[in-house]
Ligand binder design. Structure first.
Ligand SMILES: Nc1ncnc2c1ncn2[C@@H]1O[C@H](COP(=O)(O)OP(=O)(O)OP(=O)(O)O)[C@@H](O)[C@H]1O
Length: 590
């Protein structure tokens, strides 16, 4: 029902016009048939009036022409409705996806399946439903106008046609059910097809695909998925077509029987030739109209079922309960007995973490791969809530804070930071959207991240598109940066948030050359002084100056203290530090 109401909500004027035009278009064929009957009766009456004959001939030609013109006009206004419905539906769908506060839904394969079905429904349902609505109106008018003719000429025909239509409707609905079941069953396979397809054209994957010779493998898998999905659709379609063909033969038999009865009546003189013409016109009109309606009914039933997924996605609840508070100005972050795991039955990633990051202090986080460092960062940004324990921002549980306001106070360089196919200025400026056009602020952030030299050396400086697959508005091709240069740009993006109280840097300089790393860290210290900082790095030298260094082992804080304290303690930190320092031992190093 909401799919039917959509055209009227999205484009009220155009939808109403379509409806009015459709009514007119529906009445046109019957009026034409009626005029033809009058003409034939006039001609066969034995005393035809030439003036009347000419009038009827011209009138039926005009009605015929109008009927065709109305069809085109209705088609165009229908397209206008369609345009607005598509925009409305796509907008609502992706507005919901973009506004999901957490990562739970976006990391859930079932959600992606629903999203794919919802997208399909969003593309199909509005067209199908509005076409069906038009067709239905046209057919009701058409049927009503022909029904009288059929009842006058041979009443049982109306009933016979109705019965055959009823059977056809039921059959089409059953096919629609099977079609939707097949779509739902194969949606994951179809998503994999899209994944392989995207990989084959992904610039970032291109090197590995070529070096490891993965092209054929990916292509084969893509075609296998495509074939499987297509076969499933074909199988449903085959059954549907066979059923519809059988029903078409039944319809032909009914028409044949009716024609025999009416033609015999004309032959015996109990009915006029005009009546036979009207009868044939009415039957053909009704059958064509109804078979279109039945076909579209099936499409609509299918679209309406799929539309359920669209409503489902649009109505998806937030994956995090909303808070409303404003974060206090100073950022002392405390984790109290924080337990976290990604899935209900997955392993615990954080197991009772207790940690205080004092306001204005720099804290280093160390741990082997998979220890849970990035997970802790994600919890600080409130992408998930811990299953147990609390995280507080200056004493306030972050669950009570407005999540957008909380995130506005945090600047982060994620370990897997994004590279956007946008200009260099935009790549940096999006770190603080309200200053996207503030070139001096962007340049200052780039300087702080020591990315300025790289960017100004680009062919169009800050306006260079950082992409190999997109051009800028002036069709100028873009360039791509090296790994370390991208990392500086990501750091600059984070530093756009000059008023962020908490700065989190997860391996921000892993791709930088030794000299670059040293310089970046000294500039970083200057620019972030006085703000709360959490720094994660496998390069122990980077963390050495932090006021507090914390070691995470198996999701637990194993030790914490200054560099000197931890070295004296001789625990995990000292072991990792010595291991790394050992690699730099050389008699020529003093
Ligand atoms: N989105 C996720 N869904 C499920 N499990 C995840 C997810 N992200 C991380 N994990 C798991 O959580 C554990 C901790 O990962 P995390 O990325 O926090 O480690 P890390 O200490 O940052 O490691 P590294 O030093 O390699 O960056 C790993 O076992 C990983 O497989």
């Amino acid at each position: 029902m909401s799919a039917l109401a959509l055209p009227f909500r999205s484009a009220p004027a155009a939808a109403t016009t379509t409806l009015a035009l459709t009514v007119l278009a529906g009445a046109a064929p019957a009026s034409g048939a009626w005029l033809t009957m009058l003409l034939v009766n006039e001609l066969t009456s034995g005393a035809a009036d030439t003036g009347r004959v000419v009038f009827l001939a011209i009138a039926s030609a005009i009605v015929g022409g109008l009927a065709i013109a109305l069809l085109y006009l209705t088609g165009y206004v229908g397209e206008v409705v369609q345009h607005w419905v598509t925009v409305t539906v796509e907008s609502r769908l992706f507005q919901r996806v973009a506004a999901l506060p957490g990562l739970r839904h976006i990391e859930d394969p079932a959600f992606h399946d629903r999203l794919r079905l919802a997208e399909q429904a969003a593309q199909e349902a509005p067209t199908t439903v509005s076409q069906f609505a038009q067709e239905l109106v046209r057919s009701v008018v058409l049927l009503a106008s022909f029904a009288g003719a059929l009842l006058v000429v041979w009443p049982p025909m109306a009933l016979l046609l109705l019965a055959s239509v009823l059977v056809a409707v039921l059959a089409r609905l059953a096919t629609a059910r099977r079609e939707v079941a097949a779509e739902e069953a194969w949606v994951s396979t179809d998503r994999r097809r899209l994944f392989y397809r995207a990989l084959l054209t992904d610039v970032r994957a291109a090197k590995e695909i070529r070096l490891f010779g993965l092209g054929t493998l990916l292509h084969t898998r893509m075609i296998e998925s495509l074939t499987a999905v297509s076969r499933a659709r074909l199988s449903v379609s085959r059954r549907g077509s066979l059923m519809q063909s059988g029903l078409a033969l039944l319809g032909a038999a009914v028409t044949g029987a009716g024609t025999v009865v009416v033609a015999t009546n004309v032959a015996t003189g109990s009915s006029s030739v005009g009546n036979l013409v009207l009868f044939l016109g009415a039957v053909a009109g009704v059958q064509t109209g109804l078979s279109t309606v039945v076909l579209q009914l099936g499409e609509t039933a299918r679209a309406a079922r799929l539309f359920g997924h669209y409503l489902d996605v649009v109505g998806t609840g937030d994956d995090l309960p909303a808070g409303t508070g404003t974060p206090p100005p100073s950022a002392t972050i405390e984790l109290r007995d924080v337990w976290f795991r990604y899935g209900e039955d997955g392993p615990w990633v954080l197991r009772g973490v207790n940690l205080t990051i004092p306001a204005g202090a720099a804290v280093g986080l160390v741990g082997v791969n998979g220890a849970g460092k990035s997970t802790l960062v994600k919890l600080l940004c409130r992408f998930y809530d811990p299953q147990r324990g609390t995280i507080t921002w200056d004493g306030v549980d972050i669950r009570e804070l407005d999540v957008t306001a909380l995130r506005e106070r945090i600047g982060v360089v994620f370990q897997e930071f994004m590279t956007y196919d946008l200009t260099a200025a935009e790549n940096i400026g999006i770190g603080q959207l309200q200053h996207l056009d503030d070139r001096s602020r962007i340049v200052a952030a780039a300087r702080a991240a020591r990315a300025d030299d790289t960017v100004t050396a680009l062919p169009h400086g800050y306006d260079t598109v950082l992409s190999r697959t997109h051009t800028d508005d002036g069709e100028r091709s873009g360039v791509t940066l090296s790994g370390g240069q991208w990392q500086r740009v990501a750091l600059a993006r984070c530093l756009m948030r000059t008023d962020a109280e908490l700065i989190v840097l997860d391996e921000p300089t892993s791709g930088l050359d030794a000299e670059g790393e040293h310089r970046v860290h000294s500039t970083l210290r200057r620019h972030t002084e006085g703000r709360t900082r959490l720094l994660i790095s496998h390069r122990m030298s980077v963390l050495r100056d932090a006021e507090l260094i914390v070691t995470l082992v198996g999701g637990r804080i194993a030790e914490q203290g200054s560099h000197d304290e931890l070295m004296d303690a001789g625990g995990e930190y000292a072991r990792l530090f010595r291991l790394q320092a050992g690699g730099y031992q050389d008699v020529r190093v003093r």
